[in-house]
Design a protein around this ligand. Structure first.
Ligand code: GDP
Length: 207
């Protein structure tokens, strides 16, 4: 897939305020600092894209980007889809009420958004399995929302450590899930994993 254009569209405070659900939509979520903005920028080939939505006051919003893509550079048959940057979880300093608001907003969005095609759950590949990530994934599975795992920052650790952490994570998941989700290993610095993720989005756009 070749991204022709990626445009920041709108930041919405709730599911109800999101733009019309008229295109396939792919959401990205993970703990704060997991590398979500960097991954979105890397996928879209635009270093400044996700920073727009990270400006103060917009961090608890549902951020929509409109993407125009073609199968290969030079082709004309454009597909438009939404990429959504969801507010991250696991802020240490967040108040109880803000956390509840976040949970409600995310649950509403994830369960009600009709055009939501896949959720990419980002996990920092440098760490052993974290309860917060596992709990979030458990909810996605419970709600029957399609999702894929993305192990980020793979350039920051030895490959053996990354592989071990991923193996441990999948083993943990296997204790509660019948089926293991697909997973990707990425580095936004080295641009690893970009083609595979875009290929999956392309496949899902066609289905
Ligand atoms: P977000 O809070 O999840 O949006 O995380 P950011 O994308 O802002 O990344 C948090 C920090 O990790 C920043 O300092 C990034 O430069 C760094 N970072 C993100 N992805 C990678 C990566 O793939 N490799 C390396 N080496 N650093 C990364």
């Amino acid at each position: 897939m070749h991204i022709k254009k990626a445009t920041y569209l709108i930041s919405s405070p709730s599911f109800e305020k999101c733009p019309a659900s008229d295109k396939a939509e792919y959401a990205f979520i993970g703990r704060s600092n997991v590398g979500k903005s960097s991954l979105i920028n890397m996928l879209c080939n635009n270093d400044k894209l996700a920073k727009t939505s990270n400006s103060p006051g917009k961090t608890q919003m549902i951020n929509h980007f409109e993407i125009a893509s073609v199968l290969k550079a030079g082709e004309f048959n454009e597909t438009k889809w939404y990429l959504v940057d969801l507010p991250g979880y696991g802020f240490a300093k967040i108040s109880q009420s803000s956390r509840r608001r976040w949970e409600q907003m995310i649950e509403n969005y994830l369960r009600k958004r009709e055009n939501l095609t896949n959720v990419f759950v980002l996990i920092d590949s440098r760490h052993t399995p974290q309860k917060l990530d596992l709990d979030f994934i458990q909810k996605l599975a419970l709600w029957q929302i399609p999702f894929t795992l993305v192990f980020t920052k793979s350039d920051k650790e030895k490959q053996s450590v990354v592989s071990k952490n991923i193996k441990l994570f999948l083993e943990k998941l296997r204790t509660t899930q019948q089926f293991l989700p697909q997973h990707f290993i990425t580095s936004s610095v080295k641009k690893t994993g970009r083609t595979k993720i875009l290929d999956l989005i392309n496949e899902m756009n066609i289905d």
